[in-house]
Write a protein that binds this ligand. Structure first.
Ligand code: PMP
Length: 284
């Protein structure tokens, strides 16, 4: 069961006109929200980020937060699985092809749910491999835009080389992954690149930093150079669907001793504990 422009329907019955500006220009934004035990995780934060993305493309939010909550509740109830991930997509709507914004057009709103895959146990034990590439995206990476062509091409580089993710470097500094945020660990200190227009402010990134702060894990938010990334003791990848994963091979060189490290183990356990608290309804 999906949601399209005010109606719930099976996905096979959902169609959009070819002149939708999402199709023509990639003119829209999206969110991905994990659901555990049928409860959306960090929903308030996802809705704040959605508003930031909409502001970034000058598109009015078509729903209030209460309306979003209500629609998402119905989608969750009408899809299988205790754990799901919601994909919410808003475009500037359907209009005659012209780059400039159309007048008096309603946005297209599409929401679907898919089963949430568990991060593979094997990769958590051995760690995953990543490659690096030059971050050649635009400079509003803080907007979760549906126009993802650079991310698609960068992520495919990783797939071509049998790696999990492409880690992006801009002007000799680490930004993020093609579809994730990246942390490094050096001398037992967790290092996170600062939020800016050059990276997506990850919801999982925030959770990890909150967990570090609450559990006296030494951490610092500051620019991380490419060299520091290559010399890291640990590299951690975060995203809503992958949660927190260790990167143990970078461009075919072992990261630290080539095994998932102590801070990964600690933060992964804390993340699972936090999720369990959320599932018991003790965190909204
Ligand atoms: N950066 C990029 C480019 C992403 O696409 C994503 C989400 N897939 C993230 C970071 C991680 O964000 P979140 O933790 O909110 O999923």
């Amino acid at each position: 069961m999906i949601y399209l422009n005010g109606k719930f329907m099976p996905i096979e019955e959902a169609f959009i006109p070819v002149l939708d500006r999402g199709f023509i220009f990639g003119d829209g934004v999206y969110e991905v929200i994990p659901v555990y035990s049928r409860k959306p995780f960090r929903l308030a934060e996802h809705l704040i980020r959605l508003q930031h993305s909409l502001d970034g493309i000058r598109l009015k939010n078509p729903c209030s937060n209460d309306e979003w909550r209500n629609i998402l509740e119905q989608i969750i109830a009408n899809n299988d699985g205790e754990d799901q991930y919601l994909y919410l997509h808003i475009t500037r709507g359907v209009a005659k092809r012209d780059h400039a914004f159309p007048a008096n057009v309603s946005p297209t709103v599409f929401i679907m749910s898919n089963p949430l895959p568990q991060p593979p146990e094997e990769l958590l034990k051995t760690g995953a491999s990543a490659i690096t590439a030059n971050d050649n995206r635009w400079i509003r990476c803080d907007v979760k835009a549906i126009s993802l062509l650079p991310n698609v091409l960068l992520r495919q580089l990783a797939v071509d080389r049998h790696a999990l993710e492409t880690i992006l470097i801009r002007n000799q500094f680490l930004t993020e992954g093609a579809a994730s945020n990246i942390f490094i660990v050096k001398d037992k200190v967790l290092l996170a690149p600062p939020k800016s227009n050059l990276m997506l402010p990850g919801i999982t990134y925030d959770v990890v930093l909150e967990l570090a702060a609450a559990n006296q894990i030494p951490h610092e938010i500051r620019e991380i150079s490419e060299t520091e990334t290559r010399m890291a003791d640990e590299i951690l990848l975060t995203s809503s669907t992958k949660e927190i994963m260790p990167i143990t091979l970078l461009d075919n060189h072992p990261v630290g001793d080539g095994k998932p490290g102590e801070l990964f183990r600690q933060l992964h356990a804390l993340y699972q504990e936090y999720k369990a608290t959320h599932m018991r309804g003790q965190v909204v």
